[in-house]
Write a protein that binds this ligand. Structure first.
Ligand code: GTP
Length: 375
């Protein structure tokens, strides 16, 4: 599950990175066409073959990145987006392009911030600053070299270009820092929101438990039982039957009268303990009201169901409530079987009739609708 989720995430990330890469390729294509225009307008101070080599270097670098993404080798690196590498390559190519230009240099300085913008959201502030410094140093190096070689035509223009580029790159750094702060703040808020949601979900679960549970016995309450039983009935197939039983503790009023209400409560809790211990996972026992309980055994037959109810009856008669001594505990059970298309109310009514029969026959026993039908 987790590994398939991981591979799904990786695929989604890879698709996203390829999309981003295609945007970079689009930008390269746009800049290449400007380079071609500049070449036709004779704005380069180098031969056409050098310009062609620059275009070739652009294509080669992008093919290399494409190969990395398609082969998935980028995933093995600490930054699979290869953003820093892409920005550095773009800055390097821009520096070469700018160095080759003659009069048009000022216009194409805009490619520097364009290259930096590619890393605006992905690069950490520190890395972004390092890239900007490298780009700026590259531009300074060109001008320094030309100044040394005595080929600088207009020193004032060079100073102006250097200041403008420095200013734009500095502003971009500030902007990148601001964006990082915003993202961190938003991430913190998202975590806080998630924590609130988890708390709310926990509270909802607690509420649901409270709504479904009988406070005294810890068993399901009548409402929750009816909901579960209705679902169980819907899931029935023609070949299957569920067992439904109403269980009533015998002479409970006299237990209350003789030993007190608190003792009566202990007896109810003792029954809940016995029932929980006797029944299997999937069996549903609930407090139906007062000293009456209801039991649903899924996918059973008359013999197994009766054996289960008898086991419960005997176990209760042998149990000892906590901190009180109440002798001769017993219960009566009314059982019925529920088939497909059976009505739950009717089935409960049948179980109630069987329970009445068990009580009338002397209590401390179980009676069933199939026995009533045979009689
Ligand atoms: N201690 C306690 N008693 C309860 C609770 N709920 C209902 N009762 C009492 O259970 C008694 C049920 O009495 P009856 O309905 O007469 O039934 P019974 O005395 O068990 O008699 P049979 O069912 O005929 O054996 C009543 O006295 C109720 O007050 C409860 O939560 N705690």
């Amino acid at each position: 599950m987790t590994s398939s989720n991981n591979s799904l995430n990786q695929k989604t990330l890879q698709r996203l990175l390829l999309k981003r890469f295609s945007m970079a390729v689009g930008t390269y294509l746009a800049i290449s066409s400007i380079v071609v225009v500049a070449s036709f307008c004779d704005l380069f101070q180098v031969a056409g073959s050098s310009v062609a080599m620059l275009l070739g270097a652009m294509v080669a670098s992008q093919l290399l990145f494409l190969g990395m993404f398609l082969s998935g080798r980028n995933q093995r690196l600490s930054d699979p987006s290869l953003t820093e590498a892409q920005v550095l390559v773009a800055l390097g190519l821009t520096t070469v392009l700018v160095a080759m230009l003659d009069k048009g240099r000022g216009s194409l300085l805009v490619v520097y911030p364009m290259s930096m913008l590619f890393g605006l959201f992905q690069l950490q502030t520190r890395v972004f600053f390092r890239c900007a410094c490298l780009g700026f140093l590259g531009f300074l190096a060109i001008n320094f070299y030309e100044f040394q070689a005595g080929t600088t035509r207009d020193v004032g223009l060079v100073v102006l270009q250097t200041c403008v580029l420095g200013l734009v790159l500095a502003w971009l750094n500030l902007f990148a820092w601001y964006m990082q702060q915003m993202r961190q703040r938003m991430r913190k808020r998202r975590f806080a929101l998630q924590a609130h949601q988890d708390t709310l979900r926990g509270m909802m679960r607690q509420l649901e438990d409270m709504v479904a549970t009988d406070e005294l016995t810890g068993l399901f309450n009548r409402r929750h039982f009816l909901r579960m039983a209705a679902q169980a009935l819907e899931a029935l197939t023609p070949a299957r039957q569920h067992g439904l039983a109403l269980i009533d503790l015998d002479h409970f009023k006299s237990i209350n009268d003789r030993y007190g209400h608190a003792a009566g409560d202990r007896v109810l809790q003792a029954f809940a303990g016995v029932a929980s211990a006797c029944l299997r996972d999937g069996d549903v026992i609930a407090r139906y009201g007062g000293e009456e309980f209801v039991l649903l055994i899924p996918d059973t037959d008359a013999v197994s169901f009766q054996a289960c109810c008898e086991r419960l009856r005997v176990a209760f008669s042998e149990c000892q409530p906590v901190n009180v001594k109440v002798p001769n505990l017993s219960l009566s059970v009314g059982m019925t079987l529920v088939s497909m298309y059976d009505d739950l109310d009717e089935a409960l009514h049948r179980a109630d009739q069987a329970l009445y029969q068990a009580k009338r026959s002397g209590r401390n026993r179980s009676a069933s609708t199939w026995e009533l039908a045979d009689a």
